[in-house]
Ligand binder design. Structure first.
Ligand code: B4P
Length: 193
């Protein structure tokens, strides 16, 4: 099983690159952001609870997202591998993911971390907010709160995986296709061609 984490701050291109990577490598795409937005669109209890955190730029509680990932892994037990997009976002989520995967005799193969400077992130998200209809992309103060949340709670996830020698940093500024080629080279260096 080849399991890839696409890591980076909000707006770094995780969603954008994930679409291309899953098509090329036949991985199952697990985006907690997309799963949460589906719950919101369906107006489920979980969705309504999640929205109250997302609209403030805060992370949704660990137990909620870990439960969603567990269900998604169970529903795709024959997958040749997964691309985790926007998950894990805390060290507790990373530890839970390791436990879930090791129960299947699997683990994380690589963490590809996109590097983009903060002002570029703000610009991209405000720009996406003009057309996405996403309430968390329209208000600059909410975007900046997401970036603070990222520094405090999510950046330590990279250190966690670096401790296992699994993190590769990739420049996330430039053309979308050029960044995709850089990510692909790293994946193929680990023999998923
Ligand atoms: P997500 O849905 O994961 O979204 P995101 O991090 O804001 O964006 P992403 O990084 O995927 O966007 P992309 O760069 O592709 O999270 C939303 C919220 O859900 C979180 O704030 C949190 O509240 C909650 N949540 C999700 N997962 C959670 C978890 N595990 N635990 C707790 N809470 C969780 O795109 C950004 C824009 O940049 C696009 O418009 C794109 O076109 C543009 N872009 C991409 N690449 C570019 C490039 N190279 N050059 C120029 N523009 C580019």
């Amino acid at each position: 099983m080849f399991n890839l984490i696409l890591f980076g701050p909000p707006g770094s291109g995780k969603g954008t690159q994930s679409e291309k990577l899953i098509e090329k490598y036949g991985l199952i795409h697990l985006s907690t952001g997309n799963l949460l937005r589906e719950e919101i669109a369906n107006q489920t209890k979980l969705g309504l609870e999640a929205k109250s955190f997302m609209d403030k730029g805060q992370l949704v509680p660990d137990a909620v997202v870990i439960g969603m990932i567990n269900s998604a892994l169970e529903a795709n037990s024959q997958a040749k591998g997964f691309l985790f997009d926007g998950f894990p976002r805390t060290v507790a989520q990373a530890e839970a993911l390791d436990t879930l995967l090791s129960g299947k005799g699997a683990g994380i193969s690589i963490v590809l971390a996109l590097e983009v400077d903060q002002e570029e992130l703000v610009k991209r998200l405000l720009n996406r907010g003009k057309s996405s209809g996403r309430s968390d992309d329209t208000d600059e103060s909410v975007i900046r709160a997401r970036l603070v949340e990222y520094e405090n709670k999510t950046a330590p996830v990279a250190s966690y995986y670096a401790g296992f020698g699994k993190v590769v940093y990739v420049k996330g500024v430039g053309g979308i296709d050029d960044i995709f080629q850089s990510l692909s080279r790293q994946i193929e260096a680990r023999q998923l061609a």
